[in-house]
Design a protein around this ligand. Structure first.
Ligand SMILES: [Fe+2]
Ligand SMILES: [Fe+2]
Length: 231
């Protein structure tokens, strides 16, 4: 009997390790795909990585559990994976979009959720949730489902904010990077409309810490392996 239990324990550990390795490999493959999805922008991989760390930090500042926050670190970077399905001429267009082009862009949350798929693995379940909900707006005018307030999952509400802030502080083909102060002001202007006011408030309160983290990630450029394996 003892022998059986020991064997069983061994098999169980091997199996768990194999599952972990598989999850890790799948996570990394999806992140590579995210890079490809956004590769039309420069500096994308560090943006993706920054989103992960900033989302984790903000979740902790909001009082989320460390387990939730570290899942979000791995899940949030996949929010725009569905852009792999958006044609270049729409994604790269410099001028204003037509109605039809806007509709094409607005499919990326759904496409993203489909790429990640329905999974029982927590990180992928959260990643699909983030992909699907990161363009919902707090006032209920976002897409694709026009969810409002706390009907939008916390993971999506946090990711929307860090993505907005971080994207503004990057150079884009159509505009230079904005200063942290300007980006923060633009975030605050949309508190309660686009963004959850409680999360924006927390962001403002801890702005120095969050922006220092953003700069640290930019300098140190941790890779996907650190993002997946860190705590
Ligand atoms: Fe997006
Ligand atoms: Fe982004």
């Amino acid at each position: 009997m003892l022998r059986f239990i020991a064997d069983f324990g061994h098999v169980f550990r091997e199996r768990t390790k194999a599952m972990d390795d598989l999850t890790r490999a799948h996570n990394e493959a999806l992140l590579q795909l995210c890079m490809a999805a956004e590769a039309r922008d420069d500096d994308t991989s560090v943006h993706i990585v920054r989103i992960g760390y900033l989302a984790q930090k903000l979740a902790l500042l909001l009082g989320s559990t460390p387990a939730f926050a570290s899942l979000l670190r791995r899940a949030a970077p996949m929010h725009d994976i569905g852009k792999i399905g958006t044609p270049d001429h729409v994604l790269k267009k410099a001028g204003p979009l037509t109605q039809e082009e806007r509709e094409i862009i607005q499919r990326h949350p759904q496409i993203g959720a489909e790429i990640i798929g329905k999974s029982s693995v927590p990180v992928f379940r959260m990643a699909a949730e983030v992909a699907l909900t990161h363009h919902e707006r707090f006032d209920g005018t976002g897409y694709p489902r026009r969810l409002a307030g706390e009907d939008i999952p916390l993971s999506g509400r946090i990711t929307a904010i860090v993505d907005f802030y971080d994207a503004l502080t990057m150079d884009r083909v159509y505009r230079p990077a904005m200063s942290p102060a300007t980006a923060l002001r633009m975030l605050v202007e949309q508190s309660g409309t686009a963004f959850d006011p409680v999360i924006v408030h927390t962001f403002v309160q801890h702005f120095d810490q969050l922006d220092a983290l953003r700069q640290k990630i930019t300098q140190e450029r941790p890779g996907f392996a650190d993002l997946i394996d860190g705590h």
